[in-house]
Design a protein around this ligand. Structure first.
Ligand code: SAH
Length: 373
């Protein structure tokens, strides 16, 4: 852990250029290096054969291209793959690959644990541990390609990336924005901005900030049509109520010329799934560039909530559609690799986490249920 080498996956392209120039190198070397990393997926400096030998030797001393380490990998019959990863001795986080007809989505994490404390989310139980670095966020996409057998020149294996894994991405703005720049870079991963989605629980000031700095697709975890209920489910609502949140959302769309915002809505039996609540939700969103994505709740040990029944979810969907708002149901994928309704349960090394100021030691942590799409 005393290794002082910089992880080059931390740098955007201009940052890498600056780093090379600062060390007395030429700009074209930075471009070569970038291309080796992102176009050819090469992580060994020794294999970058057109780089000068002395430059390679120097790189080996001062830099590295380090990917997160795989702790466990589970392959489902439907092609979904879930990984539990770690970046150092104790930090566990998850990543999920979801192949579908015509697209394949990689769901990545932005933090280890989460401080938002949403009552229906298993990550909240774990508390907040730390922000992932830019390199750890970018490294997930890199690692997934490698794990899935991607070779330079192959067709894309991953068409969409969603920041919907563990953590609140806008609470890690400083590392998430550069990571998205690298994912969007046309000489990097070259993802389309419509195929890179950031999901947030509703950090309003950061949504305004994001509108200035990035143009990715936005998903917002709404989960309730009124402030009283939303404050119970998503505590950040007490600071930034629904009206403020929606205002920020419409601002984001205007600034970014985006198509629409996806509002995620977890279906909790008897809590937020009544037809009246569906109509209220539609009234909030009607006439705006919005679509609703209903997520059947994934239960986890100790939760007070139950998943809404299929008929209740369908009836809710109908009411939202009738109310004039686009809506879909998110399908749960990869069920067979975990008995507990698409949940990844990983044993992570003993550690201390902080949650609401209290320190506690956890031996076994469960990651948030795998997001299905
Ligand atoms: N922190 C971000 C991104 C992570 S979660 C956010 O809140 O948007 C991605 C989605 O999964 C969110 O909409 C989240 O509310 C939802 N989710 C969390 N726990 C869930 C559960 N147990 N069942 C179904 N969806 C859940």
């Amino acid at each position: 852990m005393t290794d002082a080498r910089v992880n080059l996956l931390d740098f955007t392209r201009p940052e890498l250029e600056k780093w090379v120039l600062d060390r007395g190198g030429k700009a074209f070397r930075a471009r070569q290096l970038w291309s080796w990393i992102y176009k050819r997926g090469q992580i060994s400096f020794d294999a970058m054969t057109d780089l000068a030998k002395d430059f390679r030797a120097e790189l080996n001393v001062v830099a590295e291209i380090r990917l997160p380490e795989v702790v466990t990998r589970q392959d489902a019959a439907d092609g979904t793959v879930k990984w539990m990863l770690r970046a150092d001795n104790a930090q566990g986080f998850e990543m999920v690959y979801i192949p579908e007809e015509g697209r394949a989505t990689l769901c990545i994490s932005s933090q280890v644990g989460c401080a938002m404390d949403c009552s229906f989310c298993s990550t909240a139980q774990q508390g907040f541990n730390r922000n992932l670095t830019t390199a750890e966020i970018v490294g997930q996409v890199f690692l997934a390609q490698k794990e899935l057998g991607f070779k330079a020149g192959d067709e894309r294996l991953i068409s969409n990336v969603v920041l919907m894994g563990m953590g609140e991405p806008l609470a890690n703005f400083r590392n998430v924005v550069p990571a998205m720049r690298i994912l969007l870079d046309e000489l990097g991963f070259d993802f389309s901005r419509r195929r890179l989605t950031l999901s947030t629980s509703g950090l309003v000031p950061q949504i305004y900030k994001l509108a200035e700095e990035s143009n990715v697709a936005l998903a917002v975890s709404l989960h309730a049509p009124d402030d009283e209920l939303r404050s119970q489910l998503v505590p950040i609502n007490r600071r930034h109520p629904i009206s403020e949140l929606l205002e920020a959302c419409w601002h984001y769309i205007d600034e970014q010329n985006g198509r629409s915002i996806t509002f995620e809505y977890v279906m909790l039996e008897g809590v937020n799934d009544s037809p009246a609540q569906a109509r209220q939700l539609a009234r909030l969103l009607k006439g705006h560039p919005a679509k609703v994505n209903l997520i059947p709740f994934n239960p986890f040990p100790g939760t007070q909530y139950r998943r809404s029944s299929e008929p209740a979810i369908r009836a809710f969907l109908d009411q939202v559609l009738k109310g004039g708002v686009m809506a879909t149901i998110r399908r749960t994928r990869g069920d067979d690799i975990d008995a507990a309704c698409g949940q990844l349960v990983g044993k992570v090394i003993d550690r201390t986490t902080t949650r609401l100021g209290a320190r506690r030691v956890q031996v076994v942590t469960e990651s948030r249920p795998a997001v299905a799409s």
